[in-house]
Design a protein around this ligand. Structure first.
Ligand code: NDP
Ligand code: F7E
Length: 309
């Protein structure tokens, strides 16, 4: 991307979008167009059409979406399907209509079949049934991937799809019910330590495994791929390392210095048993993560303390 290129960063206030914004500024880009959802509701087709016709961005990072953890996904099933389809359809279609040079669509590791072999290769897409709790969200993301591929096939649009693993970091969502596991446990352990609670409730059995990538590492990978990846097929982004939810909880407990007990709530869903990403394609291209989990948790915890306590 030319340093004076006009870049539209959709979702700039989110955890991922704000990390991408920090990365672009650090790399010397200053012509970055951003809009809050109040300024531009990406579900509104006419508003998005007018925006693209006016701004005519050269590059687009699509990091705007309705996002949440396992309970949010399973509770607001219709909203996750409708809102993400609407946002994607509008931004991808208008990017084609106005001749955007390159668009990056952010998917998610939940697009892969629930019981696919591990680690998850990009070719496993649509080879099996999806995890029920986030099927609507996953189907929306798969539609986004297929839309980028179809526009590439029919109109030679340079649209790429990247599949991040579970993310965490600055500006994460710490909502007690709707957040993802890592920020949720940071909040729970902090509150338990502050309130001298005797135990912290961890959802599910603790046996599912998850991989976690710090959002600023993801932003670095997104920038690297925007500069170096023009292939049709989707590409995974992750660390290639996972751990059980129980071990994650014990690690967060240690970082926060909580001395009480864990209690597992089996009334809550485990979700996908494991979704470790095969990141060999990304590593072969020359990118690897830098921030390891314990350091990332410390950084995220300090951000939580600075913003919410
Ligand atoms: N968090 C994770 O673990 C993972 C996230 N991803 C993907 O990364 C991307 C970003 O996720 P993340 O940063 O965590 O999400 P956040 O919830 O932190 O941010 C989402 C952003 O989307 C914007 N947005 C939502 N709805 C609309 C709308 N109708 N119109 C305009 N903007 C809207 C919000 O804007 P505003 O703040 O102005 O309301 C917000 O900035 C998503 O595509 C997600 O699927 C992929 C894998 C894992
Ligand atoms: C990124 C990915 O994120 C989502 O998938 P997920 O990884 O299953 O989501 P999660 O982070 O919420 O849970 C991971 C595991 O952790 C356990 N768990 C324990 N205790 C808490 C807890 O307190 N909160 C939460 N949320 N989970 C907990 C929880 O029971 C589950 O076993 C998709 O919906 C979709 O958004 C997507 O693509």
């Amino acid at each position: 991307m030319e340093k004076n290129a006009k870049i539209y960063l959709a979702g700039h206030r989110g955890m991922v979008g704000s990390a991408i914004h920090r990365k672009l500024v650090k790399e010397g880009y200053s012509n970055i167009i951003t809009k809050t959802s109040s300024e531009l509701d990406l579900r509104n087709q006419q508003a998005v059409t007018s925006f693209f016709e006016l701004e005519k961005p050269e590059y687009v990072f699509l990091a705007a979406a309705k996002v949440g953890g396992i309970i949010a996904n399973n509770t607001y099933r219709a909203d996750f399907l409708y809102e993400n389809l609407a946002i994607q359809n509008n931004v991808i279609h208008q990017s084609y209509k106005t001749g955007v040079k390159k668009l990056m669509f952010l998917g998610s590791s939940c697009i892969y079949p629930k019981l696919a072999p591990q680690p998850l290769k990009e070719d496993y897409l649509l080879t099996g049934l999806l995890e029920e709790t986030n099927e609507p969200y996953a189907i929306a993301k798969i539609a986004g991937i297929k839309m980028c591929d179809a526009y590439r096939d029919q109109y030679a649009s340079n649209f790429i799809s990247v599949m991040p693993t579970n993310l965490y970091g600055y500006n994460d969502n710490y909502h007690p019910q709707n957040s993802h596991v890592l920020p949720a446990l940071i909040r729970k352990f902090h509150e338990a330590k502050t309130n001298s609670s005797t135990e912290v409730v961890v959802w599910g059995s603790g046996s599912p495994m998850r991989e976690f990538l710090f959002a600023d590492d993801l932003a670095d990978a997104c920038y690297f791929l925007m500069e170096n990846y023009d292939e049709r097929h989707l590409i995974n982004i992750g660390t290639g390392v996972d751990l059980t939810i129980k071990d994650l909880a014990l690690l967060i407990k240690k970082v926060i210095g909580y001395e009480g007990d864990l209690k597992f709530d089996s009334t809550k869903p485990d979700g996908t048993p494991r979704k470790l990403m095969d990141v060999s394609k990304l590593h072969q291209l020359g990118w690897k993560h830098k921030i390891e989990l314990e350091e990332g948790i410390q950084l995220a915890y300090h951000d939580f303390l600075a913003k919410y306590v």
